[in-house]
Structure formats: structure tokens, C-alpha cells
Design a binder for this molecule. Structure first.
Ligand SMILES: *Cc1c(COP(=O)(O)O)cnc(C)c1O
Length: 239
């Protein structure tokens, strides 16, 4: 994809996200566009940032490390959005501004320990498996509050909210119900955490095919790849 195409796509997606927010009666400034940069080159990432992308979302630690070493993220923040193994936490803590995909107590504790060792506090989201799919990471909705509360108690991590990847929709707007459930869970947990000196202010959901519905249901961050960078080659499961 050429430089010009990337710039056009960034502008078009930014406008579509803003329009979805306005349609939902929300301020466009409440919704952050996270560019899902998996399989993209450092050069493409630089071009996207030059075109106005302010947050990159990375799925794989190996790709993150390569781009980080290249200095490709200069001018933007990075969120980690993929499945994360405990032994790879050390590459991310203190480098990414948000780890969106915390899906177990063990992982949360590993992030906390690393952060304490570095003397930093790592912002995290708890990933919820809202469709209850065996193939997906994330905690059950009923477990999310406990993990947010634990994160609030640990000194090295700061819980900011929830992330979800609903099932692939079979029909247009097929994920509306999952987005509505996530919004309810987010509001409930935010209410329960009200006294805990944390601000539960991030709800990360919505991708290229369904970000407007996610925004209508309160998403504060949408993670978009295909609409910015074109279709990806078929994927390996996890890396
Ligand atoms: C790839 C990916 C996205 C973006 O998906 P698109 O459909 O290409 O917009 C969002 N979130 C996560 C976790 C991803 O892995």
C-alpha cells in the first residue's frame, strides 16, 4: 500500500469513527482509534503515524520487539492487544502504555511483579470472553470484576477497564448483543470500583467490520486493522 493510500485510509477511518460517535450522541473525542498493526512493516507503521495515528495496537511480542528496536513507534503510544504469555511480560511492561489483554490472575501478577521491579505502574485492561468461545482468550464476564479488583490492589498495575473480541458476526449488526453486554458489565464494574481510587474509563471493542455498533454501545477505543491497511494474509493462530 502506498504512502498516499495509507494517509487516505487514516483520514477516512478517523472520520468514520468520529461520525459513528456523533450518530451515537457522543463526543468524537471520547473514542480513540487504535491502529491494529499486526503483520505490518515498520515503514508502514511510520507512515500511519505520520498520517495521524496516535496509538498502535500490537498482537505479537516478537513483532512489537522488532518495531520497537527500529524506533517505528516514535510519535505514538503502543497498546498490546494479543494473547500474552507470562514469560514475555518483560518485553512489554514499561514500554507499552496499555496491556489490553490480561486474561488470568497469573498473568496479572506477573505484570505486577515486573512493573514493581522497574518501579513503574502498568495500565491494564481485563479481556472478557463475551461470546464464551473456547477458541478465544479472556475471562468469563462473571470473573471480570474480581480481576479488576485484584489489579486495583496490586501496586504495580492500574486497571483502566475492559477489552473484548466478540464472535465473528454471521449477519450485519450480529454483535450488537455482545457489545450491549460489555457496556453493561463495564458500567457495573465501574460502579463497584467507585471507591477504589482507580478510574475505570476504557472500554476497548469494535474492529473494522463493527466499530460503529461498538461505539453506539460505549466503546472508548476501537481497534482497526483492515480498514487502514487492507486485508491481511491468512493468519497463524498465535505467535
Ligand atoms: C487484528 C485485530 C484487530 C483488527 O481487526 P480488523 O478486522 O482487521 O480491523 C482488532 N483487535 C485485535 C485483538 C486484533 O487482533
Amino acid at each position: 500500500m502506498t504512502n498516499e493510500q495509507i494517509a487516505q485510509n487514516v483520514a477516512a477511518v478517523q472520520e468514520a469513527v468520529a461520525e459513528a460517535a456523533r450518530q451515537a450522541g457522543r463526543d468524537p473525542a471520547e473514542v480513540t482509534l487504535v491502529a491494529a498493526t499486526k503483520v505490518q512493516t515498520s515503514e508502514t507503521i511510520r507512515q500511519a503515524i505520520a498520517a495521524g495515528i496516535t496509538v498502535c495496537g500490537e498482537n505479537r511480542v516478537q513483532e512489537f520487539n522488532a518495531h520497537w528496536t527500529d524506533g517505528a513507534y516514535e510519535g505514538a503510544q503502543v497498546h498490546f492487544i494479543g494473547h500474552l504469555q507470562k514469560n514475555k511480560v518483560k518485553y512489554l511492561v514499561g514500554r507499552v502504555s496499555l496491556i489490553e489483554s490480561v486474561d488470568s490472575e497469573e498473568l496479572l501478577r506477573a505484570i505486577d511483579q515486573r512493573a514493581q521491579r522497574l518501579g513503574v505502574v502498568q495500565d491494564v485492561l481485563i479481556e472478557v470472553n463475551i461470546g464464551g468461545e473456547a477458541s478465544k482468550s479472556g475471562v468469563a464476564p462473571s470473573e471480570a470484576h474480581a480481576l479488576v479488583a485484584l489489579a486495583a490492589d496490586l501496586p504495580g498495575v492500574n486497571p483502566r477497564g475492559l477489552m473484548a473480541i466478540p464472535p465473528v458476526a454471521e449477519i450485519p449488526r450480529g454483535n450488537e448483543q455482545y457489545f450491549a453486554e460489555m457496556q453493561q458489565l463495564f458500567v457495573d464494574i465501574g460502579g463497584k470500583m467507585y471507591d477504589n481510587k482507580v478510574s475505570i474509563d476504557c472500554l476497548s471493542m469494535g474492529m473494522s467490520g463493527d466499530f460503529a455498533e461498538a461505539i453506539a454501545h460505549g466503546a472508548t477505543q476501537v481497534r482497526i486493522g483492515t480498514a487502514l491497511f487492507g486485508a491481511r494474509p491468512p493468519m497463524r493462530a498465535n505467535g
